[in-house]
Design a protein around this ligand. Structure first.
Ligand SMILES: NC(=O)c1ccc[n+]([C@@H]2O[C@H](COP(=O)([O-])OP(=O)(O)OC[C@H]3O[C@@H](n4cnc5c(N)ncnc54)[C@H](OP(=O)(O)O)[C@@H]3O)[C@@H](O)[C@H]2O)c1
Length: 237
């Protein structure tokens, strides 16, 4: 596959950092944004352009778009819109501020980014990272709703942009990035079943860059553990 310029949001940690690593392993050039400051990047963070910006802030998504357009010289092979926020708690314990923040990062910022990056995405790929929670998940109603809305947005965009830009909404299954604990969920026995971030990232990247396949895809156990690409790479290693 020809090397592409890949733009990742939320690339400083979790699945986003693994997406950055996978893209680089696969020979692509990568630029990424994250919420944390550059001084708080992991020690082994790759030497790539990085922008610290809060996508929940008023102009955060515009700042990220300006920066990505500038660093890509107007040609983005693939935008992986991965950053997300969320809380594991019942609706009665939600706060108006947190609801606004989750919707801003998980939905509104992605809409603004898609809108602003459109000119640079001709012939390229846009992947919106959703969640299997988009079908509704007790304990995380706001997060689930944000991902359901992202799913609808992606389906509409895939239709509108068909023939010009490949749009995919990719819904990962539970992945061991620590997001669930940070969101407030207590660890439990089911955590052992969470997928490892590295193969999940490779499966997400493969789906994002494919020119065939459905507009909406669940990337979970079967896809990650039995992906033909994974076994090809294992064999080659
Ligand atoms: N882990 C799972 O089980 C799972 C399952 C299904 C879907 N997903 C989806 O996969 C994606 C990655 O999740 P993850 O597990 O890697 O979660 P994570 O470890 O919590 O990472 C979230 C990322 O989003 C960034 N972020 C959060 N709020 C932000 C803001 N206001 N402005 C800019 N960046 C912000 C974070 O940046 P900093 O680190 O710099 O703060 C971080 O890089 C998300 O879209 C998530 O919904 C995850």
């Amino acid at each position: 596959m020809k090397a592409k310029l890949i733009f990742v949001t939320g690339g400083a940690s979790g699945l986003g950092l693994e997406l950055v690593r996978a893209a680089r392993r696969n020979g692509h050039r990568v630029i990424c944004t994250g919420r944390r400051g550059a001084q708080d990047l992991p020690v082994d963070f790759p030497d790539i352009p990085y922008l610290s910006c809060d996508l929940a802030s008023e102009d955060g998504a515009h700042m990220a778009a300006d920066w990505a357009l500038q660093h890509s010289v107007g040609q983005i092979g693939c935008a992986l819109l991965n950053a997300a926020d969320g809380y594991f708690r019942p609706m009665t314990l939600e706060t108006p501020d947190a609801i606004t923040r989750v919707l801003s990062v998980n939905l509104e910022a992605n809409m603004i980014l898609a809108h602003r990056l459109y000119p640079a995405l001709g012939g390229g790929h846009l992947a919106l990272i959703g969640s299997v929670a988009h079908k509704g998940a007790a304990g995380m109603p706001v997060y689930a709703a944000s991902k359901a809305a992202l799913d609808g947005f992606g389906r509409a965009l895939a239709e509108e942009w068909r023939g010009r830009t490949y749009v995919r909404v990719l819904h990962p299954g539970p992945t061991a990035t620590g997001m669930a604990e940070r969101a407030g969920r207590r660890p439990n026995a089911a955590d052992k079943l969470f997928l490892a971030p590295r193969p999940m990232a490779q499966a997400v990247l493969d789906a994002a860059l494919a020119t065939t396949g459905r507009d909406r895809q669940v990337i979970s156990y079967g896809r990650v553990l039995f992906s033909p690409a994974r076994w090809r790479r294992k064999g080659a290693a």
